[in-house]
Structure formats: structure tokens, C-alpha cells
Design a protein around this ligand. Structure first.
Ligand SMILES: C[S@@+](CC[C@H](N)C(=O)[O-])C[C@H]1O[C@@H](n2cnc3c(N)ncnc32)[C@H](O)[C@@H]1O
Length: 296
């Protein structure tokens, strides 16, 4: 286990189970967002997200779910994701230990693979749970969205004692439409399951306050800690892969180098073309097949 970053923004390179057990105090965290491997065969930098048996995956999940509960403050909130096929097990497991307040659907516009012989998956489930069903943070005013019904058509609600116009804003329901992170988006990082900034903004604004501690045991591209830091929260983030730890150090602007190597964002293919055009460069192929940009 390697603890990097600062006192307010700890980045821990290591296994989530070990780090949660040894490096995070019990009852100390205000908000946990956990987006683990889904056991569906994604490739995390050479580590295949697939367990031999479903039971093995679930038993591993039950271990870190219990640890997350142990680390949460009595007023804390827990958001957890997994694949559609495993979420029912999480739900049944957690409903005896926490209060499940919302079963959220993150719905998106296109699936990675266009299914032709079945209905493609266009959503991922999220559970929103609290330790105490009456005493928890929920900043509804910070996450209001446009109410698209009566207010838009300037209708008057005559059912009220004094007729009034409909509210133009409302607290979002449990179906959330956010685009998936795509290669051409500014926030894109090289990771197979990066979650959008907008999704984490809603969760962190609703369920934590400035100065609170936010923890993510499976950080990937560090979306959670990046957004939490921008919003003035303190953070602890964990990931097993050093390449993802390097993304975190750079994205949170905690370091410009790691082990003597500069932390630079990978330039995407369309950006090299843009840069070359701006610098009046042309693409040439060397005799050995190598491609280079040159003036002439
Ligand atoms: C679904 S991804 C998280 C994506 C992240 N929410 C984001 O927005 O980029 C899961 C992450 O868990 C990490 N991981 C897998 N097993 C782990 C373990 N035992 N301990 C810590 N991290 C682990 C993987 O390296 C991967 O980056």
C-alpha cells in the first residue's frame, strides 16, 4: 500500500479491502461512492474484470460492502453501483444493513455494443443508502432541475387554496439521463468505464457539504475525487492500478510527476491533427513506416 497526495486529498495505491481495513478510520466518512468492477469481463489495464464463479464475485463484494458500512459516519450516505445482473444481490444484502432510499437508474443515449438479437443495455443501476433514515445530508436545493410540465406551459395550479403557477424547478427523480464519457469529450481519460463528471456532481452536491470527507474505493479515473475537490470536499481514493493512480495525481493537480516521470495527459489522435494544422505541419511516412509531423 502506497499513500500519496495530501492530508486533505489522500490517494492510496493498493487493494480496496486492505486499504479500507488498515488506512481508513471507522465511522469517519460522510459519503462513499463505490463503482467496483462489474464482473462482466472489462479489461482494466491488463486485469480482467471476471471472477471464476458468480459466488466468488459476490463474496468479494460483500466483504467491501461491509467495510464501507463500517467506515461511514452514523449520518453518512453510500452510493453503490454494479452491473444490472448483480445489483439485485447487492440490494437484498444491503437492505438488512442500511436504509435504501433510492434505486437510481443512470440512463444513457447509446450502449457500447449495438445488440441485434436482444435489447441492448442502456442503463446502469445505483443504490442510494443511508445509515440513519432520518438523519442524513440531502441538499435538495443544490441539485434542482427544470420541471418540464406545467411551469413550462405557464399553467396555473387551481388545486391550491390560492391558485399559483407550477414550480419551474424540482428535485430530480430516480431516472438520471447523463451522456457516457466519449473519446472526444474534454473530460475523457484512458479507462474503460469512466463515469461522467455530471453524475458525480449530482451525488456529491446532494449528499455532502463543504469540508466533508468523500471516499471512493475504486477510483479508476478519479472522477469522484476530482469533482469532490472542485466542490471543496476532502477526499480519500483507492485503486489497484498504478496507471490510474497517475491519472488521479494529475487530474487532482496534486503532483506533476510520479517516480521521476512527468504526468501528462495522453494526446488523442484528433488533437495531434489539430495541433499539426495549427503549427502548419504535414504528416509524413518514413521508409520504416513511422509517421512524423514536419513543416516540409
Ligand atoms: C468501474 S472502475 C471505476 C471507474 C471510476 N468510477 C471512474 O469514474 O473512472 C473500477 C476500478 O476498480 C479498480 N479495482 C479493481 N479491483 C480493485 C481492488 N481490489 N482494489 C482497488 N481497486 C480495484 C480498477 O482498477 C478500476 O479502475
Amino acid at each position: 500500500m502506497d499513500i500519496l497526495g495530501t492530508v486533505n486529498h489522500k490517494i492510496i495505491h493498493g487493494d480496496a479491502l486492505e486499504v479500507l481495513r488498515k488506512a481508513v478510520e471507522d465511522n469517519s466518512v460522510d459519503l462513499i461512492f463505490a463503482d467496483p468492477p462489474y464482473n462482466i469481463g472489462k479489461n482494466f489495464n491488463g486485469h480482467l474484470d471476471k471472477w471464476d464463479k458468480d459466488e466468488d464475485y459476490l463474496n468479494w463484494c460483500y466483504e467491501w460492502l461491509d467495510l464501507c458500512i463500517q467506515k461511514l459516519k452514523p449520518t453518512g450516505s453510500f452510493y453503490v453501483m454494479t452491473s444490472t445482473q448483480f445489483m439485485p444481490y447487492f440490494d437484498i444484502y444491503l437492505r438488512n444493513k442500511l436504509n435504501i432510499l433510492s434505486r437510481i437508474i443512470w440512463s444513457y443515449d447509446s450502449s457500447g455494443v449495438q445488440a441485434k438479437k436482444y435489447f441492448g443495455s442502456m442503463y446502469e443501476p445505483i443504490l442510494f443508502c443511508t445509515k440513519d433514515k432520518n438523519n442524513y445530508t440531502f441538499n435538495s436545493d443544490d441539485i434542482l432541475v427544470e420541471a418540464k410540465t406545467g411551469a413550462k406551459r405557464k399553467l396555473i395550479d387551481y388545486r391550491k387554496t390560492v391558485p399559483t403557477v407550477y414550480n419551474s424547478e424540482k428535485v430530480p427523480g430516480n431516472v438520471w439521463d447523463f451522456a457516457r464519457v466519449r473519446y472526444r469529450m474534454d473530460e475523457y481519460e484512458n479507462h474503460p468505464t469512466q463515469k461522467p463528471i455530471a453524475l458525480l456532481e449530482r451525488i456529491i452536491k446532494a449528499s455532502s457539504n463543504e469540508g466533508d470527507l468523500v471516499l471512493d474505493p475504486f477510483l479508476g479515473t478519479f472522477t469522484t475525487c476530482y469533482v469532490a475537490k472542485e466542490l471543496g470536499r476532502n477526499t480519500i481514493g483507492i485503486d489497484l492500478q498504478e496507471d490510474y493512480i497517475k491519472i488521479g495525481l494529475r487530474r487532482l493537480q496534486l503532483s506533476t510527476e510520479h517516480k521521476g516521470v512527468k504526468l501528462l495527459k495522453e494526446i488523442r489522435s484528433f488533437e495531434t491533427e489539430k495541433l499539426a494544422t495549427a503549427n502548419n505541419l504535414k504528416l509524413f511516412e518514413e521508409p520504416d513506416g513511422k509517421r512524423i509531423h514536419r513543416k516540409h
